[in-house]
Structure formats: structure tokens, C-alpha cells
Design a protein around this ligand. Structure first.
Ligand code: DC
Length: 230
């Protein structure tokens, strides 16, 4: 981790709103953004692309270390992710890709292979890092650590509305099951499990609007002099 750049970490379970909140906060204060979940999704996708056996740990670790990734924006400012020059923005956002990511993320060799790549995102003026182990493992010295949760029902409903908005045919019951399964795997794994850092600020976003949660994070950052009061 570079000493010059302050880091804010936002960890939490699937569909807790981490991605949206991290993007909004980073945009507000003009900091860089790390979507670490996208990296795990990319590893699973790269494995598929290379025809790897889903249980091939070493092959996936090599893919994690060697994959060429570009995080960019489309002309409307939406996210655009290139893997080996191919646009995989949509492909890595499916539930299947999320499950694949959660599986490869349980392997220590894959996590180690991604560590430096993640830390390299910490550049001035600062970084907002979104994931499961940002505050516990990747950036233990972060200046502000947030652990963002929401009730299981609300998380499933948010994900349902998000996917429906994209025109995908989804079932709320199936989504609830998938989210519970992913949370269980992410929390139970031996390495870098999903747990709040001891010094994390817990925010339960159940019943809160995006603006309210963003406001709370901005306020916590201002108290730590990371940025002026917004
Ligand atoms: O945040 P997401 O849904 O895009 O993450 C996909 C999976 O990647 C998640 O189920 C677990 C894994 N992951 C992880 O193990 N550590 C991170 N820092 C981020 C994601």
C-alpha cells in the first residue's frame, strides 16, 4: 500500500449497496475507485475463456496474476470493463458470474495473486475500495473503514429491482437463495472471510436512501479530515 494516498474501505455482503455507495462517494470527493468484486468476477470469466476446469486452482491463480484488465467508461460515463481487449461489462454482472467469483475467491492462491493489483489502486488524491476484505486484509491501514449491511430481504429486493431494470427475467425467491448461498460461502471461507474489521463503522442501510448512506460516509470522512465537510 502506498503511504501517500488515503484509503476508505467499504465492505459488506452481496447487494448491500457497497458498489453504488462507493461510486457515489468517490465521485463526490474526486477519489479513485476500486471495485474488487469485479476482479474476482474477471478471474472466473478468464478461467471460462481459457477453458479451465472449474476446480483448477493454479490455473485460476495464473489467470488472476496475468489477466489484462482495463476499467474505463463508455461515452455516457457508464462503466466499461475490458478483459484482454474484450468488453465483458455485462457478462461479469450476471448471478452466474457472481457465484463463479465467490468460488474462485475462496482460494488463497487467487487472493494472493490479486493483492498487489488491488493495492496499486491506492493513488493520490485517495481511494474508495469496495469489497469483502478491503478493511481487514488489503488495506488494513485505511483511514476510514465502513461495514455496510442491510437485511437479507431488502438486499434480495434491491438486486431483483436492479436486474429487472436491466430487462433480465429473474425470480425473487431464486435471488434470495443465491444471495444467501454466496454470503454463506464468503463468510465461512478460511482466508479473508467476510467480517467487519474491528475498527469498522457499521452502517445498516435497511430503510435508508442512497443519499442518506452517502451523506453518512461523507460525514464520517469529514470528521477524520479526509475531505472538507460536503
Ligand atoms: O462484490 P461482488 O458481488 O461483485 O463480488 C463477487 C464475489 O467476489 C463475492 O461473492 C466474493 C468475492 N469477493 C471477495 O472474495 N473479496 C472481495 N474483496 C470482493 C469480492
Amino acid at each position: 500500500m502506498t503511504d501517500e494516498a488515503p484509503v476508505v474501505t467499504i465492505d459488506g455482503p452481496s447487494s448491500s449497496g457497497k458498489g453504488t455507495i462507493s461510486r457515489e462517494v468517490a465521485g463526490h470527493v474526486g477519489w479513485h475507485l476500486l471495485d474488487s468484486g469485479a476482479l474476482y468476477r474477471l478471474v472466473a470469466h478468464a478461467g471460462l475463456g481459457r477453458g479451465l476446469d472449474p476446480t483448477d486452482v493454479e490455473g485460476h491463480a495464473r489467470a488472476a496474476a496475468g489477466m489484462q484488465v482495463v476499467f474505463g467508461a463508455d461515452p455516457d460515463g457508464g462503466e466499461r470493463i475490458l478483459l484482454e481487449g474484450q468488453d465483458v461489462t455485462q457478462a461479469i454482472r450476471t448471478e452466474t458470474a457472481g457465484q463463479g467469483a465467490s468460488r474462485v475467491a475462496a482460494w488463497p492462491a487467487v487472493r494472493t495473486a490479486l493483492l498487489q493489483r488491488q493495492r496499486a489502486f491506492a493513488r493520490p488524491p485517495g481511494l474508495v475500495a469496495d469489497g469483502r476484505d478491503m478493511g481487514t486484509v488489503v488495506f488494513p491501514g485505511a483511514r476510514l473503514k465502513i461495514y455496510l449491511t442491510a437485511s437479507a430481504e431488502e438486499r434480495a429486493l434491491r438486486r431483483y429491482n436492479q436486474l429487472k431494470g436491466k430487462g433480465a427475467g429473474v425470480s425473487l425467491a431464486a435471488l434470495s437463495r443465491e444471495i444467501a448461498e454466496r454470503d454463506a460461502r464468503d463468510s465461512a471461507r478460511a482466508v479473508a472471510p467476510l467480517i467487519p474489521a474491528p475498527d469498522a463503522e457499521l452502517i445498516d442501510s435497511t430503510g435508508l436512501s442512497i443519499e442518506e448512506v452517502v451523506g453518512r460516509v461523507l460525514q464520517l470522512g469529514a470528521v477524520r479530515s479526509l475531505w472538507p465537510p460536503q
